[in-house]
Design a protein around this ligand. Structure first.
Ligand SMILES: NC(=O)c1ccc[n+]([C@@H]2O[C@H](COP(=O)([O-])OP(=O)(O)OC[C@H]3O[C@@H](n4cnc5c(N)ncnc54)[C@H](O)[C@@H]3O)[C@@H](O)[C@H]2O)c1
Length: 345
């Protein structure tokens, strides 16, 4: 696999990472601090954890830690968004309520955080950029936000390419599709490029393994670590394009620094570009435990398919490669090996 290097960043640029105490956000913060950037995090700790930030600070060391600013609060609070955006060069917007099942249980909360929150941040960025010449003039170079592969809904095409969308199958997917529509509506009235990254099943260290809404990889690793049997929803042939979090960090940094205003409200897939069934995934995780000298429970228990889940998902990653030079740096097997080790440490 050709290994794409992270772009060299100009020192001391200022980044806003919303949702920076979450799984993906904390990896963005870690990379940016390690590469000499200044980072402001906004998080209300709805699903994120202070422990994630503490883990990042321990990893990056004291010198880098001084370039981090934490703002505890909600992206639906406009005055907080205005404060958070001051002097910022790049926005990486991650804050949202994830999970398809949660969105059926709490559709209003999902809409409020994911759509109203997104719009509040985008409108604040727009207003700030309109105050050009004033003391509070915006320096914003790009606004990158987390969308999701769920927007493809029931479209049968595989691999999934950006222009072929189906009907959305969950309130969560509807919220991410709404963000893309607002981004498109705003692109002609803001001076900075807006880029939506459609993440496909991201995984890696620090992903939350607990609770009803946990993603499959951390949930299974934790289940096997406890010596229990994993549950598979459906027959195990459901497949996903699992993407290691380092690839997502690369995609964000590339999109933020290479996006061009002429590309109107671009949306691109971010994925590993390979398909893995749940049965294969379980086998890979189990093998990693075995290679570490452990004896995990290999039997799985099948339960009914979950509402709103798509059957197969695989990304076409040509567009992000062409526009920003992205290629995945870490494949599923390496990513899982790194993730299992980090959970067991
Ligand atoms: N993990 C994946 O596989 C995946 C796939 C597709 C899209 N995404 C998207 O990527 C982004 C990050 O996901 P993640 O997996 O890191 O989830 P996460 O839950 O770990 O992180 C989300 C963060 O946003 C914060 N947050 C939520 N609502 C907020 C609000 N109103 N104000 C301020 N902060 C708020 C949470 O406290 C949390 O720290 C989300 O937008 C998610 O929808 C993730």
């Amino acid at each position: 696999m050709t290994r794409v290097e992270f772009p060299k960043l100009e020192p001391d640029r200022h980044w806003l990472v919303t949702g920076g105490a979450g799984f993906i956000g904390s990896h963005l913060v870690e990379h940016l601090l390690l590469t000499g950037q200044r980072v402001r995090v906004v998080d209300n700790y709805a699903t994120g954890k202070k422990a994630n930030i503490e883990a990042v600070l321990a990893l990056v060391g004291k010198e880098c830690a001084g370039r981090l600013e934490l703002l505890e609060g909600d992206i639906r609070d406009k005055s907080l968004c205005e404060r958070a955006l001051l002097g910022v060069d790049y926005v990486l917007h991650q804050a949202a309520l994830g999970s398809v099942p949660r969105s059926f249980v709490a559709p209003l909360e999902t809409h409020s955080a994911n759509v109203s929150g997104f719009l509040t941040l985008l409108q604040s960025a727009r207003e700030l950029s309109e105050r050009v010449g004033g003391e509070r003039g915006s320096t914003l170079r790009s606004f990158v936000y987390a969308s999701s592969s769920s927007v493809y809904g029931d479209h049968p095409e595989l691999p999934k390419s950006e222009d072929n969308l189906g009907n959305v199958l969950s309130p969560y997917a509807a919220s991410k599709r709404s963000d893309e529509l607002y981004a498109s509506a705003f692109q002609s009235v803001v001076p900075f490029p807006i880029v939506g990254l459609r993440y496909f099943n991201v995984f890696g260290p620090r992903q939350d393994p607990e609770g009803a809404y946990a993603a499959v990889i951390p949930r299974w690793i934790e289940t096997l670590r406890k010596g229990e049997e994993c549950v598979v929803f459906g027959d195990g042939e459901t497949s996903r394009d699992f993407c290691f979090v380092e690839n997502v960090v690369l995609a964000n940094v590339l999109a933020a620094t290479k996006a061009n205003k002429r590309e109107l409200a671009q949306v691109v897939n971010v994925a590993g570009g390979e398909k893995t069934s749940l049965t294969e995934l379980h086998r890979i995780i189990v093998n990693n435990f075995v290679s570490l000298g452990l004896s995990p429970k290999e039997k799985v228990n099948h339960e009914a398919f979950r509402e709103g889940d798509v059957r197969h998902s695989l990304a076409d990653i040509e567009r992000i490669q062409e526009l920003y030079g992205y290629l995945p740096r870490v494949d599923v097997r390496d990513g899982i090996a790194r993730t299992v080790r980090s959970f067991l440490e």
